[in-house]
Design a protein. Structure first.
Ligand code: SAH
Length: 374
């Protein structure tokens, strides 16, 4: 234990790297923490759910996934109800959202007949749980490990109409950070404290850089930090763009973040549902950064796609009829009414998930605006 956090196997590995090669970018540090092939948090067993590190919307209430399922049915109809549909989920975790979505979609058998589910997750250890969660549906399920390979590769998701779903996926993509020092932007790196050997942030002392897409709200001040996620460009420009060349594409991204690019260091660790320093236990705590929806939407538009929203989660779920759906569920299952109500309240909370989470629709430009964004 040092003042900087636990010396996990990944911390030891990264410190050795920094000692021999010098400080590393925040994006490289974050990527290692999450997806290092040996020690990454998501490569091992991420702890999603009530007893784990973090609880996501589908784990809070079944109504969330059910509404997403009905959203998919409406979008499929907007696409002209194609006979085959690729239903892709990025970062499906335990498969809870897809399970609830397919259950709700049983109302429309022609939809389920059309669907092949494609689950894209870095963590292959989750496949058993995902397979089990979806077994009831009878829908074919395929597994992929890499997003670009799955969406744009030869042996990935086949040609044809495609819906992509991603809840709490974008926040796991590594961000670079830049810090404003003496009138210039400098890359923020992870270095080692000369005395304690602990990780610490340090601006790159050498080159000044000109990060792209600065906040429009005001001029930068000394010490300001901004975050840039290069992976947005790969996702939009390579993967989603390629997908839209192979058939109608509609995608839904839900995550916590901001509607406009802003200043601020949002990189945070989460362990046991509490916030910790990013240096707390590299590889053993979740690390995420708030999603910059303005930047992601712009990158999608630059890739020739249309973007709808972002809309606050409460508004999006409200338009999809969360209140009606929850009321019906409560009437059908009076003994579960309290749980349903509490879950929906949490998803919709005006100063909580309802406003801190945003939904963004991305689509082939020839499709009409996606449901929930009117
Ligand atoms: N969508 C789920 C899980 C969110 S946690 C839910 O809402 O409950 C993030 C998920 O994304 C995990 O399953 C993790 O393994 C996966 N993931 C993180 N980074 C990834 C990447 N670069 N490529 C593919 N999957 C990734």
């Amino acid at each position: 234990m040092t003042s900087g956090g636990r010396d996990t196997p990944l911390a030891v590995k990264l410190k050795a790297k920094i000692r021999s090669e010098g400080p590393i970018g925040v994006d490289r540090f974050m990527a290692a923490c999450l997806t290092d092939p040996e020690h990454g948090y998501y490569t091992r067993m991420p702890a999603i759910g009530a007893g784990g590190d973090f609880v996501t919307a589908p784990e809070i209430s079944q109504v969330f996934g059910e509404l997403i399922g009905l959203w998919c049915v409406v979008v499929w109809r907007q696409m002209g109800a194609p006979r085959t549909l690729n239903l892709v989920e990025l970062g499906p975790g335990r498969g809870t959202m897809m399970r609830d979505a397919l259950r709700a979609a049983r109302l429309v058998p022609a939809f389920l007949d059309a669907v092949t589910v494609h689950l894209v997750d870095k963590n292959a250890a989750l496949q058993d749980a995902q397979r089990q969660a979806l077994a009831f549906s009878g829908v074919p399920v395929r597994f992929h490990g890499d997003v670009t390979d799955a969406l744009a590769g030869e042996s990935g998701v086949p040609e044809g109409a495609t819906i992509v779903l991603a809840n709490e996926f974008l926040d796991a993509l590594p961000v670079a950070q830049f810090v404003f020092v003496d009138g210039h932007w400098r890359t923020r790196r992870v270095a080692l404290d000369a005395e304690t050997g602990a990780f610490r942030f340090a601006p790159d002392p050498n080159a000044a850089v000109a990060p792209e897409g600065l906040p429009a709200s005001r001029a930068p001040r000394e010490g300001d930090v901004i975050e840039v996620c290069e992976a947005y460009r790969t996702l939009a420009g390579d993967a989603l763009h390629a997908r839209a060349q192979r058939g109608a594409l509609a995608a839904l991204f839900i995550d916590y973040g901001h509607a406009a690019t802003g200043f601020g260091d949002t990189l945070q660790g989460v362990e046991g549902q509490a916030h910790v320093s990013p240096f707390h236990a590299p590889g053993e705590t979740d690390l995420s950064a708030q999603v910059d929806f303005e930047r992601f939407a712009r990158v999608c538009r630059e890739a020739g796609l249309a973007a709808d929203g972002p809309a606050p989660q409460a508004q999006f779920l409200g338009q999809l009829g969360i209140v009606e759906r929850a009321s019906r569920l409560m009437a059908q299952n009076p003994d579960k009414a309290g749980t349903v109500e509490a879950g929906v309240q949490r998803l919709m909370a005006p100063t909580g998930m309802g406003s801190r989470f945003l939904a963004l629709g991305v689509r082939s430009p020839e499709l009409p605006p996606l449901p929930g964004f009117q």
